[in-house]
Each structure stands twice: as C-alpha cells, then as structure tokens.
Ligand binder design. Structure first.
Ligand SMILES: [Zn+2]
Length: 182
C-alpha cells in the first residue's frame, strides 16, 4: 500500500498524484482533517538521488532501460518508502513577519520598477504597498501616473534594511522631493 495516510487522523490524507507532486519544503492540508502534512526532506532527497544516479548511468551506457528501471525504483521509493509526516502550516511571506518601513513613494510604475530592481540587486527584499489596489483601478490610470484616488505606491522594506534601502534610492527620493517643491 502506498504511504498516503495522514499522521494526525490515520486516514488517507492525500491522493497518489498529490503525493508525487509535493516537495519537502511545501506543506499541504490533509483532505480529511485539514491539518498540515508533507514529506520529510531526507528520504525525499535519497529517493531523488537514486533517480539521478540511474539517469547518469543511462547516459553513460546510452540505455533507455536503465532510465526506465530508475524511474520505477524512484517511483516506488517515493510512494512506498517516503512517509507522510506532520508539517507546520505554510509560512507566510518573510516580509509579513517583520515591521515594514516605507522607503519610497513612487510616482509612476516606471519609477517603482527601477527602485525595485535597485533594491533587489542589492539583496534587499521589498514589497509595494497598494500595488494590488493600483492594478484593480488601472482602468482609471492617467498615462503612467497612478490613479488619483489611491495615490502613489509605497515601496516598503523590513525595518532592518530601511537605512540601506534609502541610501540606494537616494537619487529617486531626492528627485521626487524636488518635484513636489515645484
Ligand atoms: Zn488527517
């Protein structure tokens, strides 16, 4: 019997296809009790490595049979040997956990794109507050400027990287301030 039973309720927690599609980093809800379950990374990696070995061997010996044997062994391992374990609920976006600081109020989408790519290339994760609202009302956009009702999009970073982000975006921030004066 393939190992599909939920460690919480001991009933079939997920379908065969679903088990084959989940990765160790993901957690999914048991279809019976709704609690989070998944597969352990250790056994998953072993089962996947065995597949890679067979792929390598099939290339070395240019044999499709070795490849097919590898597929079958790996499939059996994934289904019969890799168990279903209890998992923590999926974690939310890392940015949600920390305090967010607005580092830029972008006047248009081009500016937002530039600022985002500057921060991302510096390794600072950022989110645009109000971007979703902007998309919803995009029919009301005037050119590339944002809808007047919702105002500019605020680009936010976690508080730890706020100062660094402001330094990176200094030119854009200064430009915007200068524009506001005139
Ligand atoms: Zn369950």
């Amino acid at each position: 019997m393939p190992k599909l039973s939920c460690p919480y309720c001991n009933k079939t927690g997920l379908s065969l296809l679903r088990k084959f599609n989940i990765s160790p980093s993901s957690s999914i809800k048991c279809k019976n009790c709704g609690r989070y379950i998944g597969i352990p990374s250790g056994k998953f990696i072993i089962a996947s490595s065995i597949m890679s070995i067979f792929i390598a061997l099939s290339i070395i010996f240019s044999s499709i049979y070795i490849f097919l044997i590898g597929c079958i062994i790996s499939l059996i391992l994934h289904l019969e040997w890799v168990p279903i374990v209890k998992k923590a609920p999926p974690s939310h976006h890392p940015l949600r956990k920390s305090k967010l600081i607005t580092v830029l109020k972008a006047n248009n989408s081009a500016q937002l794109t530039v600022a985002k790519s500057l921060l991302e290339s510096a390794g600072i994760p950022c989110v645009a507050k109000g971007e979703m609202t902007q998309k919803v009302v995009s029919a009301g956009q005037i050119g590339t400027r944002f809808h007047l009702a919702t105002g500019p999009i605020e680009l936010q970073v976690i508080s730890d990287s706020a100062i660094q982000a402001q330094e990176i975006l200094k030119e854009i921030i200064d430009d915007n301030l200068a524009n506001q004066m005139t």
